[in-house]
Design a protein around this ligand. Sequence first.
Ligand code: PAP
Length: 336
Amino acid sequence: MESSLPSFQVLGFGGSAERKNDAENYNEVMSTLPKVKGLRGDDYYLYQGFWYSAFFLEGLMSVQEHFTPQSTDIFVASFPKTGTTWLKALTFAILTRFRLSGSTTSSLLTKMPHDCVPFLKYNLAQNPSNRDLAIPLLSTHVPYSSLPKSIISSCCKIIYICRDAKDAFVSLWYFHANLQRSKNVEHLPLEEAFELFCNGIANHGPYWDHVLGYWRASLEFPEKILFLTYEEMKKDTAAHVKKLAEFMGCSFTLEEEEEGEVQKIISMCSFEKLSNLEVNKNLKCLQDISIPIPNSIYFRKGEIGDWENHLTPEMGARLDDIMEQKLKGSGLKLPR
Ligand code: PAP
């Protein structure tokens, strides 16, 4: 999530002296970094090889400095718009299924998935009691190489999801455009945003480096990092739900499978179900009090290949070529 608020306001709502010091230090670091104009006309800073708006960068520096995970934590990691909301819903539903007396009691019915699985951010780093420690799920858009050392050196598990770059870009552009529209602010034309994206400029971009970082780490530490794609998860959601449960250490029992538990979770987390809930149709996300974002913005189409309705075949081919070149030799080929 982004903010166009000045940094002192974003960091200011907690109010502690330590926080103010942090903000000053981070602003000092930022003043030394290369910057460009980003998707919403705000500055993006190049930090450890990736681009960030001030809001994200301050958040990143604070978690790098202050965050310590619990050893049982599981992180849902992603580049924005590649399936985060869906994966959060699924992991949350899988992990909390034992607490439910029936599927109708899931928090997903009344809380947006982002409010069920919180993002790593300053207030969590400084005050771990801001989270429900009984649910060991957190999420992040931070690239693997910039994750806090405390996470990398821990035995915490990470579940990463990515998606065809063209669909991720279109989803990202719509998200920004809808957000700007909801604030009556002009948004960048799709063609200009596409140019930026192809040059690697997006929050937490370049996209290809984000994907490659987690891909390589998943090859090195397969027991710690599960690498998924949106397209494969769509194609066989049941197999992925079981895989997720196994990876998180809470496999479905035969009895559960026979009782249709896997299918119940798939239905609960489906685009159709979640996008039609009151909380996701008409309420705003609570995950950050500085920028209330309508939850409905996170549910657009939920389809594979929608890029064809928005990009020309030439634009599509250009992004495919870039991805192919960048992923060459990695052994990774993203489904289209
Ligand atoms: P985030 O990274 O900002 O949280 P994220 O959830 O990754 O966003 O991306 C939103 C995309 O996931 C949207 O894709 P679209 O723009 O191509 O439609 C959104 O529709 C899709 N999405 C949200 N919920 C679901 C779901 N339950 N199943 C499938 N896709 C979903």
